[in-house]
Write a protein that binds this ligand. Structure first.
Ligand code: NAP
Length: 299
């Protein structure tokens, strides 16, 4: 979809993989005149300027967001409550705030508490795109192309603000869908948060064994394919796990029950059960990928 969207000044709080990639994509589309990067770490922000990702930076949040048309909070979720509290008093009259957090209930609650009447101008978002890498060096303009961005606006959210953020994401090449934050956190608990827990837990399990080095040395490609996402940022995933503890805890329990069935089948030598379960899994994964490719080719 081609969108003629542009904005004068955008402030990105947290110039890492996600914030940096958004800045790069908007610049590549000539959709923004000035990008201000905000963070705690001056050398990172200087590097972001050198890379052409941002035009200037601030380590003071209030100074950085002042005068921005759009403010994007792209930090780990655990930092968002404090950041919303700092942004709220300096938010411009027509500015819109959005976030990119991988959970949605916590940012919505933080924004509701901090923004008061201006909560209507907070558009919660989550680009379902990323890699296991972190930091501005890992950012790239094409990250969002043909990927889905989920917005979880509240019934109170100003439709014009939602449209502005929807068009911003269209400009990066993404497709945009909306749902409630409850549905988002429930579904992503299964498809994103649970796999990360499994990958982290498996590698931690192997690393804790007495002969971990021998295990890692002899591990085949499948081990590294399966655990790629265990190279993701620990702080980010700590925050996601804590912020979606109810949904994720429930999924982990359900999955542990399922794993018990697999354990029993292995111990009982129930080959028929195992073959059926593996066959179901292979079929479901193949069908899902075919469906996805079909959707991508229609874009
Ligand atoms: P990242 O590469 O580590 O970048 C996060 C940035 O936030 C860092 O550059 C850091 O810079 C800054 N930051 C951290 N704490 C801060 C604070 N208290 N105040 C101001 N800046 C702070 O992480 P990311 O992968 O871009 O993830 C950012 C957000 O996107 C997270 O909420 C995550 O849930 C979400 N997300 C991630 C992915 C993914 O695959 N990675 C996908 C979708 C959504 P300084 O050290 O300079 O402060």
């Amino acid at each position: 979809m081609t969108i003629d969207w542009n904005v004068e000044r955008i402030a990105i709080v947290g110039v890492g993989l996600i914030g940096g990639s958004l800045a790069r994509a908007l610049k590549a589309a000539c959709a923004v005149t000035e990008v201000i990067g905000i963070g705690r770490n001056e050398p990172n922000l200087r590097r972001a300027v050198e890379l052409g990702v941002i035009d200037r930076f601030a380590t003071d949040v209030e100074a950085g967001v002042d005068g921005a048309d759009i403010v994007v909070i792209a930090t780990p979720v655990g930092a968002m409550q404090e950041l919303c509290g700092r942004i709220a008093p300096v938010l411009g009259r027509d500015s819109v705030v959005t976030d990119v957090g991988s959970v949605k209930r916590a940012p919505v609650e933080a924004a509701r508490a901090a923004f008061g009447d201006n909560f209507t101008r907070f558009v919660p978002g989550h680009p379902v795109a990323g890699t296991e890498k972190s930091g501005v060096e890992a950012s790239f303009a094409e990250l969002y192309r043909q990927r889905t961005v989920i917005l979880t606006p509240d019934p109170e959210t100003d439709p014009a603000a939602v449209q502005r953020i929807t068009d911003m994401w269209y400009t990066t090449g993404a497709r945009v869908t909306t749902m409630t934050f409850g549905d988002h956190d429930r579904i992503l608990a299964t498809t994103s948060h649970l796999p990360h827990m499994l990958a982290f837990a498996l590698v931690d399990f192997v690393a804790s064994s007495n002969d971990a080095d021998a295990h890692f040395e002899l591990a085949a490609g499948g081990f590294y394919d399966f655990t790629r996402i265990a190279s993701s940022d620990p702080v980010m995933w700590r925050d996601i796990s804590l912020a979606n503890a109810d949904e994720l805890g429930a999924k982990l329990r359900q999955f542990a029950d399922h794993l018990q069935k697999v354990t029993r089948a292995v111990e009982d030598g129930d080959g028929a059960w195992l073959q059926r379960a593996f066959g179901n899994a292979r079929r479901a994964r193949t069908d899902a990928l075919v469906q996805r490719e079909r959707c991508d080719s229609k874009k």
